[in-house]
Design a protein around this ligand. Structure first.
Ligand code: FES
Length: 254
C-alpha cells in the first residue's frame, strides 16, 4: 500500500515538473564539456613557444616550488593567448604537467572562469554583457544586431575566422550600459588586447565590427559623444566649477 502511494506521488511530481517551462541556461564559453575532435583531442602535441617558455619560468618564479599549482590561471591565460584565443585539451594537459597536478585540477579552473574559451573563437571575440543593467539598456538588441550582421549564432565563428560573439556577466561598467568587450587575438600573445566599448547601440556595434575588419582601432570607452567617460549626458549637472579652497577665517591659523 505504502509503495503504491509513494509511486503515485512520484508520478504526480514528475507530471508537475514536466509541465514547467524548461529553464534555459546559456554559457558564455560555448560547451561546458569537452568532446574529442580532430583539432581538439589529447593526442595532439602542444607546447609553449620558446618566448613563452621564458614567461612560464617567470610566472612560476612568483610561487614557492611546492606551490606551482598557484600559477594555473596565468599559465592558462598565456596558453590561450598563444593558441589564438582558446584552450585545447592538450594545452591544459601540458599545463598540468608543468605544475605537477592531475589534469582535472586544470580543467576545473578552465571550466569555472568564463574568460577561458575551450572552443575556437574568432580573432576578435566580441562579448556582450548580459547582466541586468545592460539587459535593461538593450543588450539583447545589441547581441541580435551583432549576430545578424555577422550571420552567426552565439559562440559560432564566422567563416573567415575573424569574429565570434559570446556573452559575459557584468563587466563592472554598468553606469555606461549597455557595453561590449572585444578580446583581440589578431596579434598573437604579444599584441593581445581586451577593450571595453560602452554606451553602444545596435548601429554602433556594427560600425565597430566593420572598423575592426578594416584593421582600424575604434576608440574605446563610451561611444556616446555627449558623455565624458561616465559623466552625465550633456555635461556635468553638479560640480560645475573648479573647487575653491575655503576662505581662511582664522588668520593666525593660515
Ligand atoms: S551589467 Fe553590464 S557592465 Fe554591469
Amino acid at each position: 500500500m505504502l509503495r503504491r502511494l509513494a509511486f503515485q506521488r512520484w508520478i504526480e511530481v514528475r507530471r508537475v515538473l514536466r509541465g514547467l517551462p524548461q529553464a534555459s541556461q546559456s554559457f558564455s564559453t560555448a560547451l561546458n564539456y569537452h568532446v574529442d575532435g580532430p583539432d581538439n583531442n589529447p593526442d595532439l602535441p602542444w607546447e609553449f613557444t620558446d618566448a613563452n617558455k621564458e614567461k612560464v619560468r617567470e610566472i612560476l618564479s612568483h610561487y614557492p616550488s611546492n606551490y606551482k599549482q598557484s600559477g594555473v590561471i596565468p599559465l592558462l591565460d598565456l596558453a590561450q593567448r598563444q593558441h589564438g584565443g582558446w584552450l585545447p585539451v592538450s594545452a591544459m594537459n601540458h599545463i598540468a604537467k608543468i605544475i605537477e597536478v592531475p589534469p582535472i585540477r586544470v580543467y576545473e579552473v578552465a571550466t569555472f572562469y568564463s574568460m577561458f574559451n575551450r572552443t575556437k573563437v574568432g580573432k576578435y571575440h566580441l562579448l556582450v554583457c548580459g547582466t541586468t543593467p545592460c539587459m535593461i539598456r538593450g543588450s539583447r538588441e545589441i547581441e541580435e544586431a551583432l549576430l545578424k550582421h555577422l550571420g552567426v549564432k552565439r559562440n559560432e565563428v564566422t567563416k573567415d575566422g575573424l569574429f565570434s560573439v559570446g556573452e559575459m556577466e557584468c563587466m563592472g561598467c554598468c553606469v555606461n550600459a549597455p557595453m561590449i568587450t572585444v578580446a583581440d587575438y589578431s596579434n598573437g600573445s604579444e599584441g593581445y588586447t581586451y577593450n571595453y566599448f560602452e554606451d553602444v547601440t545596435p548601429k554602433r556595434v556594427v560600425e565597430i565590427v566593420e572598423a575592426l575588419r578594416r584593421g582600424e582601432k575604434p576608440p574605446r570607452g563610451t561611444q556616446n559623444p555627449s558623455r565624458a567617460n561616465s559623466g552625465p549626458e550633456g555635461g556635468n549637472t553638479t560640480l560645475l566649477t573648479e573647487p575653491v579652497a575655503p576662505a581662511c577665517r582664522d588668520l593666525d591659523a593660515c
